[in-house]
Design a protein around this ligand. Sequence first.
Ligand code: ATP
Ligand code: MG
Length: 400
Amino acid sequence: MKFDHILVRYGELTLKTKNRMMFVYALRDRMNQALSNFDVEVRANRDRAYIDINDENPYEIIDKLLNISGILSMSPVVKIAKSDDAMKETVLKFANSIESGHTFKIEVKRADKNYHLDTFGIQQLLGGQVMEHTDHLTVDVKKPDYKIMVEIRPDAIYMYYDSIKGLGGLPLGTGGKALLMLSGGIDSPVAGIDLMKRGVEIEAIHFHSPPYTSPQATEKVKKLVDIMSDRTGFDIKLHIVPFTELQTTIYDKVPDNLSMTSTRRVMLRLSEKLSEKINAEAIVNGENLGQVASQTLTSMYAINEVTNLPVLRPLLTLEKNDIVAMAKRMGTYETSILPFEDCCTIFKPKAPKTKPNLEMVKKFESNVDFEPMIEKALNNIEVYMPSKESEEVDDFSDLL
Ligand code: ATP
Ligand code: MG
């Protein structure tokens, strides 16, 4: 069957009456970006979008759009003129593409109530046409193997077989911006992608402590950002923060069982400062209630105390199994489980407190002036952009 368009149905944005066109345009931009290598034209209307696919393969295009949030479902369609003859001719093409021995049904959606035939009339006309001109199919109105869908719209008639489920959610860019604390573990990449599905753009921050953490650990986080960017069709900017001085100072000045709490507090202070700079309205992390010592409510209370920004935890109540399944689906799992350790693993205390006392933590921290070290770390951030990767490699090879 030769299709000429893809019909894209919107997700929840149908509900957002007031800002609707803002959502539609955001989704259109995302689709254009995801399809930049194809010869297609995206036409996004108030209710749905049509992609003129020229000679491109519709399923390759749909594949590219499966990870774009804001899309409810998609169908490869044939667009035809509003006439009985055009419908009769096209329905035969659909029928002839179905293998022998199957059952079918004609289903009609009549959005244009002025068309001269009603639903029943169209079913009669097209069912009759198939029965008259083919002999390899039978009708089954209850449980057909194939539905031939006919939509009568004001502008044209569209015919298609099936709808392919999209990601749902809201178009990226309609929900503001957040800063993702990205560790290189399994959880934080999943948390980031999950939030993006609700329309929130993200930038990422990663703390590394060379020489205690290896260059491979940092490469791994860059790789995760590449995968996440590819997956969402959005280039995620990564800020790599030198954390060694802060980490070793905490190690020296704060007792072992409270050092994890202090480490997290300092990370959050830095994240807040960077958020202000990049206009992010929230911080996101991969915390999961009860998973480890730093993720009890008492710990979160003690850690969260350093910031007024909302700290979003999309994975808070999920089961680890489910998070792993999400990571596998999103394509980050294989990279996340590579063995290179991040700063938290290396400086991990033997027995971190599950109920750290905030006053005690503050007392130990008051012996240190973290502020200049925080400023210094912020001034020495290395920025990585996924789309720039090949350019950098090229530049580098010139030097060899
Ligand atoms: P993850 O799988 O995301 O590493 P985790 O279960 O290992 O999570 P922790 O190591 O306690 O949990 O980290 C909790 C959260 O703190 C992470 O999900 C991440 O958002 C943030 N975080 C931890 N280490 C770093 C780091 N080196 N750089 C940036 N963020 C970090
Ligand atoms: Mg971790």
